[in-house]
Structures are given as structure tokens and as C-alpha cells.
Design a protein around this ligand. Structure first.
Ligand code: ADP
Ligand code: MG
Length: 210
């Protein structure tokens, strides 16, 4: 695990966002202002442009480099939230081993940082409805001694189910909350983009351990 791994994960996340641009744009048009995917793609392009710097840096510090790029390029509410995810993970990386159990604590530290920044947990119809269940299931799987392969197989499924569950939720945070009851019946765009990025990173890592 080093800056090259981080860059490869960024590339995987970027590719899935490109493939699903229209769908995510539509989701944010339905319950937001339509910019979510374009905010994310702007950030991803800045990260790709910073490849040299990210790849030359150790794992934890490279997440900080990425966090700073995200903060300066991603607009909307998701910019500061993804900054918090990456910088929280970087802090986690300074305190935990870079192995399968350690990475569960590192991811959880990132998700906690998003929760503090956005002042939300599960049930508000946001990206947290995907991030928290994935972090929790990851911790449980580590506690039961699951293999890396089993984990990389299961976490995308957890993310998918919880993304789908945002459809029936009432939005109580962010722009979608302005719609009140009319926010129900639409999947949260941030939940979908988070799910897609988690699935892409897991697929990349699974192929790496083959
Ligand atoms: P904006 O809503 O400012 O236009 P984006 O469109 O980039 O920003 O991002 C919208 C997404 O951000 C939502 O779909 C939701 O998942 C997420 N979000 C909004 N507010 C919060 C919050 N307080 N905590 C966590 N996620 C949030
Ligand atoms: Mg938006």
C-alpha cells in the first residue's frame, strides 16, 4: 500500500463515475441541483493531474495530498465531505497497520470524519447511508477473521443494498431536504456515487490479490 495504490484506486473510481455519469446526474436533478457528478468528476480530474505527486508519496500522506486537491476543486456540499473522508483516512493511516484489519480502522476513521463534518449518521438519505453500513460490516468481517477475498466480495453488496434503501428515505440533510416528502422515491446521488466508488475500488483490489 503506497501512493501508487491510492492512484490506482482513484483511477478505478474515476472510471466508474465516467461510466455512470448520466445516471448520477439524473439522480441529483431529481432531488438536488444536478451538479453532484460534475463536482466529483472535477475533483477526479484534479487527482489524475496530480498523479506524479500522489504516486511519489507514502500511503497516508498521499491521501492528504488527494484531500487537499479535492477541497480546492470539488464544489457543493460533497467537496468538504470527501475532503474529510480522505483526510480522516490519512489520520487513521498514521495510527493503524496497512493491512486488512488496519484498513478497516482507517476507513472507519474517514467515515467518522465525514459524520463530524456533515453532522449526520444513518437515515438522513445521504452518502452516510452507504459509508456507515460498509464501515460497520467491514469491522464485523475483520472480527470474524474473514479473508480479504470474502471481504472484497461482500462489501460492494452491502453498499448496493444500502444505496437502494435510500430510495424510500425522507431527506433530512443537504439540498434534498428542501423537498421534504417529495424527496422519497428517489435514490440519493451521493449514496449511489459512493456505492459505485466502493465497488470499483474493491474490484481493483480483488483483482490485485488474485
Ligand atoms: P450540493 O448538495 O451542495 O449540490 P453535491 O450535489 O455535490 O452538493 O452533493 C450532494 C450529496 O451530498 C447528497 O446526495 C448527499 O449524499 C451528500 N450530502 C449532503 N449533505 C450531507 C451531509 N450533511 N452529510 C453527508 N452527506 C451529505
Ligand atoms: Mg448537487
Amino acid at each position: 500500500m503506497n501512493g501508487k495504490t491510492v492512484m490506482a484506486c482513484i483511477e478505478a473510481a474515476h472510471a466508474t463515475l465516467k461510466q455512470n455519469t448520466d445516471e448520477i446526474a439524473l439522480l441529483d436533478q431529481q432531488i438536488g441541483d444536478g451538479d453532484h457528478i460534475f463536482n466529483l468528476l472535477r475533483g477526479m480530474e484534479a487527482l489524475l493531474a496530480a498523479r506524479g505527486e500522489i504516486e511519489a508519496t507514502a500511503f497516508g500522506p498521499s491521501l492528504d495530498v488527494a484531500a487537499a486537491k479535492v477541497l480546492s476543486t470539488v464544489g457543493g456540499s460533497s467537496g468538504p465531505l470527501f475532503f474529510s473522508l480522505l483526510s480522516g483516512m490519512s489520520k487513521g493511516a498514521a495510527a493503524h497497520a496497512l493491512d486488512v484489519p488496519g484498513f478497516s480502522a482507517i476507513f472507519a476513521a474517514g467515515v467518522d470524519a465525514v459524520g463530524q463534518r456533515g453532522k449526520t449518521g444513518v437515515g438522513s438519505k445521504t452518502m452516510m447511508d452507504v459509508l456507515i453500513p460498509v464501515a460497520n460490516r467491514y469491522r464485523e468481517l475483520v472480527a470474524t477473521g474473514a479473508s480479504a477475498r470474502a471481504l472484497l466480495d461482500e462489501l460492494p453488496r452491502v453498499a448496493h443494498l444500502h444505496m437502494l434503501a435510500t430510495r424510500d428515505m425522507l431527506a433530512t440533510k443537504g439540498r434534498a431536504s428542501f423537498l421534504g416528502e417529495r424527496s422519497r422515491g428517489h435514490i440519493d446521488p451521493g449514496a449511489r456515487s459512493s456505492e459505485l466508488m466502493i465497488a470499483a475500488v474493491c474490484a481493483y483490489l480483488a483483482q490485485r490479490i488474485e
